[in-house]
Design a protein around this ligand. Sequence first.
Ligand code: FAD
Ligand code: DHB
Length: 388
Amino acid sequence: MRTQVVIIGAGPAGLLLGQLLCRHGIDNIILERHTGAYVLGRVRAGVIEQVTIGLLDEAGVGARMHEDGLVHDGVQICVDGVRHRISFKELTGKTVMVYGQTEITKDLMDGRAALGAPTVYAAQDVALHDIFADRPRVTYRAGGEAHEIVCDFIAGCDGFHGVSRTSVPPDTLTTHERVYPLGWLGILCDTPPVSEELIYVRHRLGFALCSMRSPRRSRYYLQCSLAEDIEAWPDERFWQELRPRLDEEARHRLVTGPSIEKSIAPLRSFVAEPMRFGRLFLAGDAAHIVPPTGAKGLNLAASDVRYLSRALIEHYAEKSDAGLAHYSERALARVWKAERFSWWMTTTLHRLSDNPFDQKLQLAELDYLFRSKAAATVFAENYVGLPY
Ligand code: FAD
Ligand code: DHB
């Protein structure tokens, strides 16, 4: 087989890239290890930046998001039972949208099906070849048969555990990593959210987050240890641990109910540099991971795709490789700022140590955030998404 771009991975990065390329007449094939149902079953991100909204619109898949997504003008932060609000609208003129990754993935899958673009689900043993040559190849197995695709470029959109990053010569790659000694235990529940806006909770018992997917569906997270066994967390225990971390009003408004999903996600900061190796370009979680605090993971995947799609369109339409040459540098400049913000939110809101000095520093950071318009503006600018 022959195509212009092979995209490895049908997560948000791969599907969005595929959609943008198709709309500019650039042929692409997506290879995904799992089934479509499995990809759609993963509950992950919930908050999207305006630039991500713009990109989904550009990809022609924004209609349902504008219909069902919830526009949020601000966010609440609760510190040891006292709630504060930061207004994005007042400080930056911008807002964010609450719309689940599952829904975005579905919209992108439907959009791809409408264009008739090929996706191979359940592709096994995907392998990259000749990435530094003019005609790289990708091989895989599907339906018991071996296949080979010759292409111009490979987009590695296969997430943190994918094959793309690990296919490059080790001496061409530098990685930077911080692993936090904790995870997020998340539940999804068909109950009304506790508040109209998200509440990030800093409490001496540990971090919590009250989020949502719709006016009838809530998403809650609790800081947990990495060794935690999900079987040890019946719903009742989750509510018992969440309630005392909330302020009084939220405790009264909290509606509990049976969970419809429950999972644990580890917290990690990770960056691989560069993001280009010959004709292989990494995008999204394949190149970098942020801890979820601040909701930057999906948005960063979208910003990589914005740079990469424009560079590929420029290559084919204008015969210019300037965008491709600058891709890694441009993407990483934005990635590191999101790494900084997610690290800051994580270390400021979680219980990471029993050292009273660390705890006093957290409280000083937060007190400054609530008292200084400059500090609140820095927070709001980062939360709504930095400009490209
Ligand atoms: P992914 O979504 O990981 O997609 C990669 C795709 O590649 C997957 O479908 C995978 O099956 C496929 N793949 C992997 N290996 C291969 C292979 N060898 N061959 C073919 N295909 C392959 N972000 C937030 O902003 N807020 C959150 O609350 C949040 N929660 C998260 C919870 C969890 C458990 C995880 C793992 C991530 C969470 N994130 C969150 C991060 C966010 O979901 C990711 O940043 C986002 O999914 C990145 O998209 P992606 O397309 O780059 O990677
Ligand atoms: C959600 C996840 C996040 O990481 C975050 O910072 C805000 C919201 C969510 O899943 O709703």
